[in-house]
Design a protein around this ligand. Structure first.
Ligand code: JF8
Length: 233
């Protein structure tokens, strides 16, 4: 999979070189390009923002640098497999289901806005050329799209074939999270006693059926307590 990230803070994407995504890049499962939007400016000050038409607070990202950026990054021959993701608090909520959808595309381009966002015409024009998704990480305010690009990339790349060492953990997790739709049960490791706190006896019983039932019960209780929304039909 090819992933491009466009940002006025390209250093923000450095963490993608670490850990699981970094290994996927090293193993050529992912081909990552990080680009400074200012590369597609032509004025002395590399201006990417301007005041909003109609008035209001803050600045808006100018369309021209984004337009020239996409002109360069998009291959007009082969746009069918490309999705441009615009992180935005007014986007559709990103989810594990969307992570699976994105894991099936050839190429993702993340367009990371700053300030009050990007001129709407950039998204409209991009939509006429490739598939576009406006995605939100959740209902809280960030300063730009970079953190969302990091989060979405990690969620997508770990689904790619050959990235996770143990595909059984993907299976189990999709059971506990997206398919089964419940939160994960609590997990324990050695030592059996720690600071006066024991590991639940059931986990030493060797009864795999009872352990599975206990874990399902724990998941159900936790979900009812913390995420009752996940239990709605
Ligand atoms: C932004 C560009 C976001 N869940 C989220 N909260 N805030 C954002 C976000 C995304 C892009 C920009 N401000 C300027 C905030 C997402 N995704």
């Amino acid at each position: 999979m090819r992933i491009d990230v466009v940002s006025i803070f390209p250093e923000y994407l450095q963490p993608l070189q670490l850990s699981l995504v970094g290994k996927a890049i090293a193993n050529q499962v992912v081909d990552l390009g990080v680009h400074d939007l200012r590369r597609w400016t032509h004025d002395r000050h590399h201006t990417v923002d301007d005041t909003p038409y109609g008035g209001g607070a803050g600045m808006v990202m100018k369309p021209e640098p984004w337009g020239e950026c996409f002109d360069e990054l998009l291959d007009p021959e082969d746009a069918t497999g490309t999705v441009i993701v615009f992180p935005t608090p007014s986007g559709e909520r990103f989810s594990q289901a969307i992570a699976h959808e994105l894991a099936g595309v050839e190429r993702i381009i993340f367009a990371c806005g700053r300030y009050e966002g990007i001129d709407r015409r950039v998204l409209d024009e991009a939509s006429s050329r490739v598939r576009v998704r406006e995605l939100s990480l959740g209902d809280y305010v960030l300063n730009g799209g970079e953190v969302a690009a990091l989060a979405i990339t990690e969620a997508v790349v770990r689904l790619l074939p050959g990235v996770l060492g143990n595909p059984a953990s993907l299976q189990e997790e999709s059971h506990a999270l997206s398919q089964g739709g419940l939160l994960e049960y609590p997990v324990y490791t050695k030592p059996a006693q720690w600071r006066g706190r024991p590991v639940p006896d059931i986990l030493f019983s060797g009864h795999h059926g009872r352990i599975a039932a206990w874990r399902r019960q724990q998941s159900a209780e936790l979900t009812a307590e913390r995420r009752p929304d996940l239990l709605q039909p």
